[in-house]
Write a protein that binds this ligand. Structure first.
Ligand SMILES: Nc1ncnc2c1ncn2[C@@H]1O[C@H](COP(=O)(O)OP(=O)(O)OP(=O)(O)O)[C@@H](O)[C@H]1O
Length: 334
């Protein structure tokens, strides 16, 4: 349904995205996950037909986003980071207006507007002026304007940003309810968002896709699914330095405490993630003891999506391998 091939965008001399390739199957929700400035918005604006790519191409439902931008706009719903709302219109009036500019025939508009209002739980607010709505409701109106013409593909840029926890849950549930009948790409820099909402994730960093897979496969295949939490006596920074040289260790981070204990003075708490298939526990213990650290506890833990994300977005040296891995895994996930 959505195919992105070797897409690049250069602003002046700044490359925003480089050689971005991924595809989204019908009915799937793909999460575009990356830190600030990674290139998520740029990718989505190109897909929505609002920005020309410097190189590469993208197709939505078979239509090239550049060559057939009109056909593409009719087939996608786009929610930019700031929803394009007219504050002085009522919810209903605004959705009628959007349906009209999206080319919905006049006779179909009342039904389409009512369906979008229902889907986004806006029945109570249909005659309210948008300016008077809370941020959560405005976001729902933003989603309603994206789906009012019933497009097969929906592109949502950071759809839960700025919402309170209850609103976040509501918007996530709304997005999930759209899957199956719609193909969705959403961008986020929030890790739990992808594991809760998306069937697949493309991790983007510094303009490049560094991995594509299901959230579960990313965790198990890139980290072997295992790691350790440590409680040691000594300096965390020094311990990290020492552990970096242990074979099979791929990520070390400080954590506030381990094993649910109260953190104690002069203790350092670390989380160490192993490379796939490696079990460096024995060497971690030997290295720490040899370096004069007191080891109070070492326990096995499962890696989280956060670990994978940190690994992929902080270890530049591994990017090449991970792109290969992403390509290998793509077939399995599809
Ligand atoms: N109009 C522009 N002119 C010049 N550089 C730009 C422009 N828009 C974006 N960039 C640069 O392109 C890169 C990617 O930006 P983009 O907004 O796509 O990232 P993002 O992943 O959406 O980040 P965020 O989560 O902060 O919105 C950044 O380095 C950004 O500074």
């Amino acid at each position: 349904m959505i195919e992105v091939e070797h897409l690049s965008k250069i602003y002046g001399s700044t490359p925003a995205i480089t050689d971005v390739t991924f595809s989204v199957e019908p009915g799937e929700i793909l999460g575009l996950l990356g830190p600030n400035g990674a290139g998520k918005t740029t990718t989505m604006r190109i897909l929505a037909g609002y920005l020309p790519a410097t190189n590469g191409n993208a197709r939505i439902a078979g239509y090239d986003v550049h060559e057939n931008s009109l056909a593409v706009r009719q087939r996608i719903g786009y929610l930019p980071e700031t929803p394009p709302l007219y504050p002085d219109m009522t919810v209903e009036g605004f959705l009628h207006f959007v349906a009209q500019i999206k080319g919905v025939p006049a006779g179909d508009r009342p039904n389409k507007v009512t369906a979008a209002i229902k889907r986004c739980n806006l029945e109570d607010k249909r005659r309210v002026i948008i300016r008077k709505l809370s941020k959560g409701y405005r976001q729902r109106v933003g989603i309603a304007q994206a789906i009012v013409h019933d497009p097969p593909a929906i592109i949502l840029d950071e759809p839960t940003v700025g919402l309170d926890p209850r609103q976040i849950i509501e918007v996530r549930n709304l997005i999930k309810s759209l899957a199956g009948t719609h193909t969705i790409i959403l961008s986020t820099h929030i890790l739990p968002e992808v594991s809760m909402t998306c069937s697949r994730v493309a991790i983007i960093n510094r303009g490049k896709v560094v991995a594509t897979n299901t959230p579960e496969n990313l965790m198990t295949q890139l980290t072997g699914g295992s790691g350790y939490e440590l409680e040691i006596e000594g300096e965390a920074a020094l311990a990290k330095q020492v552990l970096q040289n242990v074979a099979g260790v791929s990520l070390i981070e400080s954590i506030p405490t381990a094993g649910g204990h109260h953190p104690q003075a002069n203790r350092a708490y670390l989380r160490v993630i192993s490379q796939p298939g490696k079990e460096p526990g024995k060497d971690i213990v030997a290295t720490l003891v040899r370096a004069g650290f007191g080891l109070h506890e070492l326990r096995r833990v499962n890696a989280t999506l956060e670990d994978v994300f940190l690994q992929l977005t902080t270890e530049e040296k591994n990017f090449e391998t991970e792109v290969d891995l992403a390509a290998d895994n793509e077939g399995e996930a599809a």
